[in-house]
Design a protein around this ligand. Structure first.
Ligand code: UDP
Ligand code: MG
Length: 317
């Protein structure tokens, strides 16, 4: 290791004007201690902010053009795509990503570097929720990972967020992936390599409010589940098969009732229930099919994951 070893730190930012300065300050303080060992670059990805984030980034870069860089999107493309852009453009031997709101403590950066030096290609974190994390976030995240892990073939660490170090070798794999809407949180456990887990308690958001609306969270959850598993499709088949089996038996009973028992007028309730249940299940399974079909449709168009409007970095090779 010498000063020529470059470490990149990437930070997606969406309307984070209140956090940026302090975040930069805290990270600068942390990496200062390592400046004899490594050189660092800090890359912000401005995800179509509508506040003063971009102006601030321009200013920060101007004051410190070697250390602070930014890439700015033409509109909001979402956290995952902002991260992906960071990985596409980071030049470091190791790439650390974290949030702009100081919920991810910069004090873990030295631990990341130490483990990386020990030979781990991936150093990831697991959030140990405490009462500081909101009730909704804690529970929705817990149930999401639970559902995700029971539906999918890769196991994601509950509380895994986008706060990790990746060796350039792993970053290359993200770059090479042709998948639209790549679910990086699922991709990382899937790639293998030597992985080290660090548990941490998140700090409170430094300023502003969460940029993950409920809509964005649901979109991310659906993306996560359908990206790594076709099990929902299998569940649809099993549901379909069991309901048809029951319906078949019921058909026998209906015939028997009509021909032998002669009770043809009764049965309103059972007819209504079966129409509703089967109708509901059909819609559900169609919806599941539609979700996968939609993903294929979007994939075939292979539109870019993000559009860069302004950047202080040279275009990636
Ligand atoms: N973010 C982004 N684009 C978005 C939403 C969020 O780049 O559409 C960034 C945001 O600025 C922050 C990180 O992603 O740096 C995590 O978002 P946030 O802190 O709002 O999420 P939470 O911590 O509440 O899950
Ligand atoms: Mg946050």
């Amino acid at each position: 290791m010498n000063r020529n070893t470059l470490i990149s730190i990437i930070i997606p930012a969406f309307n984070e004007e209140e956090c940026l300065r302090t975040t930069v300050l805290r990270i600068t303080e942390t990496v200062e201690a390592f400046k004899d060992e490594y050189s660092f670059e800090l890359i912000f990805v401005n995800d179509g902010s509508s506040d003063k984030t971009l102006d601030l980034l321009r200013q920060l870069h101007k004051n410190n053009p070697e250390w602070i860089h930014y890439i700015s999107f033409s509109r909001n493309f979402g956290h995952m795509n902002a991260l992906r852009c960071g990985y596409d453009n980071a030049r470091g031997q190791a790439v650390i990503c974290m949030d702009a709101d100081l919920q991810h403590p910069p004090s873990l950066i030295p631990v990341f570097l130490e483990k990386w030096r020990e030979g781990y290609e991936i150093v990831f974190t697991s959030r140990q929720d405490n009462m500081k994390t909101g009730w909704f976030k804690r529970n929705s995240s817990r149930y999401f990972y639970h559902l995700m892990n029971s539906l999918s073939d890769v196991q994601i660490e509950p509380g895994a967020a986008d706060f990790r170090l990746l060796d350039q070798q792993v970053v290359q794999l993200i770059r090479q992936s042709k998948e639209t809407d790549l679910f990086i949180r699922g991709f990382i456990p899937w790639v293998g390599f030597r992985q080290y887990k660090i548990e941490y308690t998140p700090d409170q958001r430094f300023a502003g409010h969460s940029k993950y609306s409920l809509k964005k969270m649901i979109r991310l959850a659906l993306n996560g589940i359908t990206s790594f598993s076709v099990r929902p499709l299998r569940i649809a088949i099993i549901l379909g098969a069991s309901i048809s089996g029951l319906a078949f038996l019921y058909a026998f009973y209906a015939l028997y009732a009509h021909l032998v028992l002669k009770e043809t007028v009764q049965g309103w309730t059972s007819v209504l229930i079966s129409v509703l249940v089967i109708g509901g299940l059909q819609l559900l399974t169609l919806g599941i099919l539609g979700e996968y079909l939609g993903r294929m449709y979007i994939q075939t168009k292979s539109r870019p994951a993000y559009i860069i409007q302004e950047s202080t970095l040279p275009a990636p090779l």
